[in-house]
Write a protein that binds this ligand. Structure first.
Ligand SMILES: C[S@@+](CC[C@H](N)C(=O)[O-])C[C@H]1O[C@@H](n2cnc3c(N)ncnc32)[C@H](O)[C@@H]1O
Length: 221
């Protein structure tokens, strides 16, 4: 299946779930129906996200054995990258089939893979680095402020949150899934008590290019 066919399949499966009033159940359904064929999963590039890697290389980040968490980890490439960079990594996803898939792909992994829902996280979970890539943008807009608040709580004092996704200049550009985030939505991280360090907006290398953001926040108190 090519990416366009995979996106059409996602719209079909997600659409059925939305009509039933279940806006998150489609993730597990998609992973299950793919039966281990990654070409069904439009976001599965089977490599760490290039904007994450570029950021690490540019900022010359040293993990120092610190803790990190990957939100909505999908097939695990970003979590494995952070583990290879020396972090103690937890990675979670709401879809049990995605978590099983990660464990099958990486049987020797040092990553602590968990099934968890970002809306009901343990208050004991605190991390030096929180990485959110493409999960908030896959949620309908009505859930976003709550999602952003919930994952901001995972940031330890002095820790960072790095968010990467599609960027919309205005809500008019949010009609097609995956719904890009607006600046107003991104400001949810500061409303949740984090300090904005940097928000970069740029076009990526895809054809046609897609407008993306990479945003870094810190919890200072
Ligand atoms: C668009 S995918 C992105 C996956 C991965 N971050 C990547 O960039 O390849 C969104 C992921 O978030 C997961 N997800 C959706 N809602 C979630 C929730 N409430 N809690 C945890 N994970 C969730 C989905 O199962 C899916 O794997």
């Amino acid at each position: 299946m090519n990416k366009d066919e995979a996106r059409r399949k996602v719209s079909e499966i997600a659409g059925e779930h939305f009509r039933r009033g279940d806006p998150v159940g489609w993730f597990e359904a998609l992973y299950q129906q793919s039966a281990g064929d990654a070409s069904w999963i439009p976001w599965a590039d089977m490599q760490p996200n290039p904007m994450l890697v570029e950021w690490f290389e540019r900022e010359k980040i040293k993990s120092g054995g610190k803790s990190a968490v990957v939100i909505g980890c999908g097939l695990g490439d970003d979590a494995e990258y952070l583990a290879a960079m020396g972090y103690q990594v937890t990675a979670f996803d709401i879809a049990p089939s995605a978590v099983d898939w990660c464990k099958q792909r990486y049987p020797q992994t040092r990553v602590n893979y968990q099934v968890a829902d970002l809306f009901t996280l343990s208050p004991n979970w605190l991390f030096d680095l929180v990485v959110e890539i493409y999960t908030v943008q896959a949620l309908p807009t009505v859930f976003r402020e709550r999602a952003i608040t919930s994952l901001s709580r995972l940031v330890e004092t002095g820790g960072y949150l790095l968010a990467i996704g599609r960027y919309a200049n205005s809500p008019d550009e949010q009609d097609l899934m995956p719904w890009p985030l607006t600046r107003e939505e991104l400001d949810g991280y500061t409303r949740a008590g984090l300090n904005e360090i940097q928000v970069e907006v740029f076009h990526d290398q895809q054809t046609p290019p897609v407008r993306r953001f990479r945003a870094l926040y810190r919890r200072s108190t």
